[in-house]
Design a protein around this ligand. Structure first.
Ligand SMILES: Cc1ncc(COP(=O)(O)O)c(C=O)c1O
Length: 378
């Protein structure tokens, strides 16, 4: 079924987008009406009925299924987490790495991914940062660095600091052919680009839900390929057990793990946010992730054309298939007070000032930004 992307209708769900020039979805997305309604519904239930917990727990599974379908996974391949960092740390500690093994990463990738692996240095794991010499990373970036002790490649799908969209599928194929794990940070891509974990050949994929997935901070998820049974959780709680004791007395003789990604779950869930995620996933599904991608790319085309006219470069790639919703304009940070004074939300980044689009942005937003740039440059 063809999905309809009605930008005006979507935008009306995001009042913040009309109150300011919001170009900072790579930082966080503003709350939209549908997500807020789901949160309110949850709070009303808690307020009025002290919480129908069994109903909430059933809904967790419904949302888990929806999230799984959204990224091409099975429901038993999804664990709820707190954020990207937690997912990446669970992933890094689940692999049976031995002293002398190495992990390949891209220099300058998100620190929350790097630290999850760097923390294993104390166990003798070697984390090797590869300098990116091309627009984006692909299998060719990693091939020359793989040796007999390489076990893992880990990188972002879309980078936060320049908006590169790495070629994960080629890296996935490379990892399969060398028997390596591929661990992906999808914080910036999920909800903005179609993500298909099977097509990309990912072993584990972690993300938070407060950017492209449109919910408040505090919820993330980890995809774990169901065929990777050898992966073991570093932490254990009742939630991760196959036979949780009904009398709540721990059974030292039965530590059998739950099958699937659920074995990595710990304790109670972020119930409000999972309710919010149910609403945001329905909304993005109705619109279509491929339509969101096409929309942010169109806005990117318009921005690039305008920046070219003004003689402003960008830090990341220009080629369409190598970018997504993040554009870092090469202008100095002293532009920030000017943007602030004009009610524009953008972020400072390593090489300039970052503009990032969401499904609610429109062409007028791009034109308004370009007009502000032009005015100050005159
Ligand atoms: C690529 C990437 N990874 C991770 C994070 C954040 O990590 P966490 O969800 O643990 O706060 C961000 C930005 O907030 C990001 O851009």
């Amino acid at each position: 079924m063809t999905k309809i992307f009605d930008n005006t209708a979507i935008r009306s769900q995001f009042p913040a987008a009309s109150r300011m020039l919001y170009l900072d979805s790579a930082h966080q997305t503003p709350l939209c009406a549908r997500v807020r309604a789901a949160l309110e519904h949850f709070f009303d239930e808690g307020y009025e009925t002290a919480g129908p917990k069994p109903v909430w727990l059933e809904r967790i599974e419904v949302v888990r299924g929806r999230l799984a379908r959204f990224i091409g996974a099975g429901a038993d391949e999804i664990a709820y987490t707190k954020n990207t960092s937690e997912g990446l740390n669970i992933a890094a500690n689940a692999i049976d790495l031995k002293a002398g093994d190495n992990v390949l990463m891209i220099e300058g990738d998100h620190p929350n991914n790097a630290y999850a692996w760097l923390n294993l240095k104390r166990k003798g794991i070697d984390v090797r940062f590869i300098k990116l010499e091309t627009d984006i990373a692909s299998a060719d970036t990693f091939t020359p660095h793989i040796d007999s002790r390489t076990r893992v490649i880990s990188l972002s799908h879309v980078t936060f600091h320049a908006g590169q969209r790495h070629d994960i599928a080629s890296i996935g194929a490379l990892c399969k052919s060398h028997g390596l794990y591929l661990v992906v940070d999808a914080m910036q891509s999920v909800g903005v680009l179609p993500v298909d974990v099977k097509a990309m050949g990912v072993s584990m994929l972690a993300a938070g839900c407060h950017k492209g997935l449109l919910v408040p901070q505090g919820l993330g998820f980890l995809y774990v390929d169901k065929d990777l049974d050898a992966l073991q959780p570093a932490y254990l709680a009742t939630a991760g057990l196959a036979h949780p004791p009904a009398d709540f007395i721990a059974r030292p003789d039965d530590l059998t793990l739950r099958s699937g990604a659920g074995r990595f779950e710990l304790g109670n869930f972020n119930l409000p946010d999972i309710h919010a995620l149910g609403a945001s996933l329905s909304m993005i599904d109705e619109v279509g992730a491929d339509n969101v991608e096409a929309h942010v790319l169109r806005l990117g085309d318009r921005l690039l054309a305008g920046l070219d006219e003004l003689g402003i470069g960008i830090a990341g790639p220009r080629e369409r298939k190598h970018r997504a919703h993040i554009y870092v304009m090469k202008i100095p940070r002293d532009w920030l007070p000017y943007f602030e004074a004009h009610n524009v939300r953008v972020s400072p980044e390593r090489d300039g000032i970052r503009v990032s689009f969401g499904l609610f942005n429109n062409e007028n937003d791009v034109d308004a930004l370009l007009e502000l740039l032009r005015t100050r440059m005159q």
